[in-house]
Design a protein around this ligand. Structure first.
Ligand code: NAD
Length: 254
């Protein structure tokens, strides 16, 4: 099996840099909050602050969408919500399957934020026969023997893996063979996937390690190797305010 790509510099269809794609959900979240308050327009500075992103970067990102705002007025909130949703493919419903319904899988299944963003949890799958038929978040868990049928019948293209690390590659292979082309992997292991399959990896312990690094630096001011590190990143949200083409999101390419 071919090794999965770990870096995709630009969005396949429109040449949007991957770092911009990673920030679009942040803009969308901030814009949705404005929309809910019926705010009609927003300046790049206000939106950048709400999204936790630098405003020059925001303007550059929006230029990829062909959205330049109106001088003195700003950006039309509703139109930007529509544009970003369309760009992210959120104007359609995405059935998602979660495999591994333990502590994490159950928490994910119970998370209401997926449905409100167009991700419908179509099925829950677990290898433990004792789990079969048990409802989690109102959805009966199905045995992993059913994985291929469930993927096919629900037209699932996004799979979430929350199994132990040792089972993740095998689960991934079965999901891909069944037709899944995007994987969100929570298991602490690197997955190999064929060309054309996207893997994103979430690892909260890595985020904590990065915070620990900064805590250590704040406490001592000394960098690894004895040199004092530059102060520019202190107080920055490194998951959103990235370097020139740097990308350190909480959800990482696998
Ligand atoms: N990414 C993160 O930030 C993060 C945070 C917490 C946990 N995790 C990881 O998520 C995974 C799940 O953690 P947890 O605490 O929910 O574990 P858990 O033991 O509570 O649940 C794992 C579930 O996977 C099922 N399972 C095992 N093999 C399977 C297979 N082949 N097919 C289908 N289901 C299978 C088990 O029956 C069990 O229900 C672990 O790999 C853990 O390291 C990641």
């Amino acid at each position: 099996m071919a090794t999965g790509r770990t870096h995709r510099p630009a969005n396949r269809s429109r040449g949007i840099p991957e770092a911009t794609v990673a920030r679009l959900p942040l803009y969308l979240r901030a814009l949705t909050a404005l929309s809910e308050r019926s705010v009609p327009t927003v300046s790049s500075e206000e939106l950048a602050a709400a999204a936790g992103v630098n405003s020059a970067k925001l303007r550059k990102d929006f230029s990829y969408l062909g959205s330049y705002g109106t001088r003195g007025v700003g950006y039309d909130v509703e139109y930007l919500v529509y544009q970003i949703s369309r760009e992210l493919g959120l104007t359609q419903d995405w059935p998602v399957v979660i495999v591994g319904i333990g502590n994490l899988g159950a928490a994910l299944a119970n998370y209401g934020g997926f449905a409100s963003r167009g991700f419908r949890v179509a099925a829950l799958i677990d290898a433990d026969p004792a789990m079969t038929g048990k409802p989690v978040a109102g959805i009966p868990v199905q045995h992993s023997d059913e994985l291929e049928r469930v993927v096919r019948e629900n037209g699932v293209s996004i799979g979430v893996i929350s199994t132990p690390a040792g089972a993740a590659q095998q689960v991934c292979d079965r999901l891909v063979a069944a037709g899944v082309t995007s994987i969100l992997n929570f298991a602490p292991t690197v997955l190999n996937v064929p060309e054309g399959v996207d893997v994103r990896k979430v690892d909260l312990s890595i985020e904590l390690q990065i915070l620990a690094f900064h805590e250590q630096r704040k406490a001592g001011g000394e960098a690894v190797g004895g040199g004092v590190l530059p102060q520019t990143t202190v107080g920055r949200d490194e998951s959103t305010d990235q370097g020139p083409d740097g990308d350190m999101p909480a959800v990482m390419p696998a």
